[in-house]
Design a protein around this ligand. Structure first.
Ligand code: ATP
Length: 242
C-alpha cells in the first residue's frame, strides 16, 4: 500500500483486486473518497466489505493484491467489539501507545465528550456494551485520525443505544472531521449518517449514491424514502415488507 494519495482524495483505489488463496474477493475496484467524506459501505454478507476495510487499514498481509490503493497513515479502526484490554483501566486503554505529552488530560476530555467522564478509572468489564463502544470511539478519535474505519461498530447494541451512538458519532465526526468509511448492514444507519452510500456486490462496487441531505435527518424525507427503497431492493429485500 502507498500512503500518499495522488490527488486531493483521502482514499484512492485503482483497479484494486484482492483475495485469499485462490479466491478473489475484491474485483477491480476503482474509487476516490474525498477528504472529510462520510461513506457507508453496504452489501450482502460475503460481498467483501470487511476485506475492503481491512485493506484500507493495512491489515491482511497474506492477501494477494493487484492494482494500487492509498490511505492515510493516520487511520483508526473501530470494530463491532470494543477490544478494550481487560487488565487496564478505561483511561489507560485510551492512552495506550499514544505519544502525546497531554495524553492523559486529552483522554479524560474525550471520555467526557462521550459521556464517560466518571468511568476513567474503572475496569472495562464493569461497562455496558454501549459504554464499551463509546470508550472505543473515544480511543479512536483521540488519535485524531485522518481516516476512521468502522466495521459494524453498533451491530451488537440494542436499538435505543444504537440511536444514541448515531447522534454521538455524527457529532464527533462533525467536530474532528475525519474521512469515515462505515461498514453496516443497516440501510437506515447508512442514510442517517453518511454523505455517500456504496453497495458492494460480489466484490465490485455495484452502486454509488451521493446525496446532500441536511442534518438532523428525517426518515420521512422524500429523498430518504426513495434511497431507502432503492438500497433495500439492491440488497434483495422488498421494501414494503420491512
Ligand atoms: N483472511 C481470510 N482468508 C480467507 N478468506 C477470507 C479471509 N477474509 C475474508 N475471507 C473471505 O472473503 C469473503 C468476503 O468476506 P468479508 O468478511 O469481506 O465479507 P463481508 O461483506 O464483510 O461479509 P459480512 O457482511 O458477513 O461481514 C468471504 O467469503 C470470506 O470467507
Amino acid at each position: 500500500m502507498n500512503v500518499h494519495s495522488p490527488s486531493f482524495s483521502s482514499v484512492s483505489l485503482r483497479n484494486l483486486s484482492r483475495g485469499f488463496d485462490d479466491k478473489t474477493i475484491l474485483k477491480d475496484i476503482t474509487l476516490d473518497i474525498p477528504k472529510g467524506q462520510f461513506v457507508a459501505l453496504l452489501g450482502e454478507s460475503g460481498s467483501g466489505k470487511t476485506t475492503l476495510l481491512r485493506a484500507l487499514a493495512g491489515l491482511d498481509d497474506d492477501a494477494k493484491t493487484e492494482g494500487e490503493f492509498w490511505a492515510p497513515r493516520n487511520t483508526s479502526v473501530l470494530f463491532q467489539d470494543a477490544r478494550l484490554l481487560p487488565w487496564m483501566s478505561v483511561v489507560d486503554n485510551l492512552t495506550l501507545g499514544l505519544r502525546r505529552a497531554d495524553a492523559k488530560p486529552a483522554a479524560l476530555a474525550m471520555l467526557e465528550a462521550v459521556g464517560l467522564g466518571d468511568k476513567a478509572d474503572v475496569w472495562p468489564a464493569t461497562l455496558s456494551g454501549g459504554q464499551k463502544q463509546r470508550a472505543a470511539l473515544a480511543r479512536s478519535l483521540l488519535r485524531q485520525p485522518q481516516l476512521l474505519l468502522a466495521d459494524e461498530p453498533f451491530g451488537a447494541l440494542d436499538a435505543l443505544t444504537r440511536i444514541r451512538m448515531h447522534g454521538l458519532l455524527f457529532h464527533l465526526v462533525e467536530l474532528h472531521k475525519p474521512t469515515v468509511v462505515l461498514v453496516t448492514h443497516d440501510v437506515d444507519e447508512a442514510l442517517l449518517l453518511s454523505d455517500r452510500v456504496l453497495v458492494l456486490k460480489d466484490g465490485r462496487i455495484a452502486e454509488d449514491h451521493q446525496f446532500a441531505l441536511s442534518h438532523p435527518r428525517s426518515a420521512g424525507h422524500p429523498t430518504f424514502i426513495e434511497l431507502r427503497q432503492t438500497l433495500l431492493r439492491s440488497l434483495g429485500v422488498e421494501p414494503n415488507l420491512v
